[in-house]
Write a protein that binds this ligand. Structure first.
Ligand code: AMP
Ligand code: ZN
Length: 473
């Protein structure tokens, strides 16, 4: 068993050595529950689910503790609650927003083949733990009270900035934000802050009379410590969390306990973009998981959760991912093939060892999937290979015995103008022959957006490339 993982803290791939192989411990920052999770949010959920599955396979299902929190205290939640339920008292409105959003999140990600984490703590249930951490930080002179706030004093930590690889001087030079008057240093960050009347509020840490609420970063320090201890194995999240969120989590947890580490390995997934652009509400390319699963977003139809999962795992987790209709069409075609192949096949006892080895190399899912595709070829002729394929897909959360029709959910008879498609296919082939790959890719995407998948093959007698097409269904 040799697992290597890329560690953001050391900027290299390292052999993974759990602190306690009988209890491998991982924490991943979960969603802030104020709105539907978007397809970018699904990426860390799927990536770290894959890692959770691998760790369970390597160390035993009962020997891994995976904590993924729910952030249910946040200014965005308050704003949403006030907007959606203007007639309710704010705290009641907040409970409505967080309760409904959390349920939606669970339903959405269950459809993506994501296993429940071992523990799913809520921030609001760990306020006492946060206060204790904050008081320890003040007692150790790493934090100070000012105007109803408690702030972390970054100058008190010599290696603040190690995770994001920046020195305090660099950060201060780059800080353009107006510095709040109660801060001693411009990079000092909030551990606790006052609440306005009507906002959620708890009795403050000692030294502050007025009630208040925690800052975001302290939530994860408190929840990870409660469920995993002050030092644990793996901490994960999206690349945008490296600074300031994870840098500040490390500062809080280490300084509160006087320890040199919080988590041994820090892992970050790359960002998801849509059709080459940043996903944002203003660009109109913002897609929620729920829209993909349940309605008509992105291309001709609705997509089964396993299709979305396969499309996501086709790119290595550290690379940026470009989310396209083509990617979903291909994933669906692949899964339909698998469903045909495995309709009445029982899973073997264990997944394919080469797939496990590829995943053990810093979660190399593209390499694992190419082994899976090879296995699928053998499975056409060989019953043992078919059973192994079934077990491997099960292990990766990619196929759980769904029928072809189930995977084809939402696909309606798509009618296409065959002459137009023929013309586009011919233009694409001409562009390929002229080695204008940009144009040929553009044409393939145009076809994909019409719901048409193209397939290139070499004519065995002439060696010429021939292209066939079909309405993807
Ligand atoms: P948030 O609710 O914004 O804190 O995000 C929850 C998780 O989703 C965090 O781990 C983020 O890093 C991650 N995330 C947000 N947007 C994207 C994106 N476009 N691509 C990949 N991960 C993302
Ligand atoms: Zn966090």
């Amino acid at each position: 068993m040799s697992l290597t993982l890329y560690n953001t803290l050391t900027r290299r791939k390292e052999p993974f050595e759990p602190i306690d192989p009988a209890n491998v411990r991982m924490y991943v920052c979960g969603p802030t529950v104020y709105d539907y999770a978007h397809i970018g949010n699904a990426r860390p959920v799927i990536v770290f689910d894959m890692l959770f599955r691998l760790l369970r396979h390597l160390y035993g299902a009962g020997h891994v503790t995976y904590v993924r929190n729910i952030t249910d205290v946040d200014d965005k939640i308050n704003a949403r609650a006030a907007k959606d339920f203007p007639d309710l008292p704010l705290n009641e409105a907040i409970r409505r927003v967080t309760g409904a959003t959390e349920k939606q999140f669970h339903d959405d990600i269950a459809a993506l083949g994501v296993l429940p984490p071992t523990v799913e703590p809520r921030a609001t249930e760990h306020i006492e733990e946060m206060k204790r951490l904050i008081e320890a930080l003040v007692a150790r002179k790493h934090a100070y009270v000012a105007q109803g706030h408690v702030l972390f004093d970054v100058s008190s930590m010599p290696d603040y900035g190690r995770l994001s690889n920046r020195s305090l001087e660099e950060m201060e030079a780059g800080a353009r934000v107006e510095v709040a008057p109660y801060k001693k240093g411009p990079m000092d960050f909030v551990l606790w802050k006052p609440s306005k009347p009507g906002e959620p509020a708890w009795p403050s840490p000692s030294g502050i009379a007025e009630p208040g609420r925690p800052g975001w970063h302290i939530e994860c320090s408190a929840m990870s410590e409660k469920h995993l201890g002050p030092v644990f194995d793996i901490h994960g999240g999206g690349i945008d969390l490296v600074f300031p969120h994870h840098e500040n989590e490390i500062a809080q947890s280490r300084c509160a306990h006087g320890l040199p580490v919080m988590a041994n390995v820090w892992m970050h997934n790359g960002f998801l973009q849509v059709e080459g652009e940043k996903m944002s509400k203003s660009l109109g390319n913002f897609i929620t998981i729920n829209e993909l699963l349940a309605s008509k977003a992105f291309g001709a139809s609705q997509w089964h959760g396993r299709v979305i999962r396969l499309a996501m795992l086709g790119t290595h987790y550290r690379q940026p991912i470009d989310w396209t209709a083509e990617r979903l069409l291909q994933a669906r075609a692949t899964l339909l093939d698998f469903a045909d192949l495995l309709a009445s096949v029982e899973p073997a006892a264990a997944p394919n060892a080469d797939v496990v080895a590829a995943l053990s190399d810093d979660l190399n899912t593209p390499s694992a999937l190419s082994i899976v595709y090879g296995l699928a070829k053998s499975a056409r002729r060989n019953a043992d290979a078919a059973s192994e394929l079934r077990a491997t897909l099960d292990f990766m959360g990619l196929y759980g015995g769904e029928t072809r029709d189930a995977l084809n959910v939402g696909v309606e008879a798509v009618s296409v103008d065959a002459d137009k498609v023929d013309a586009l296919v011919a233009a694409r082939l001409a562009a390929r022959r002229a080695k204008d790959f940009k144009e040929s890719d553009r044409l393939r995407d145009e076809l994909a957006a019409m719901g048409v998948a193209v397939k290139d093959a070499k004519d065995p007698s002439t060696g010429e490339i021939v292209t066939t097409w079909e309405v993807a269904r």
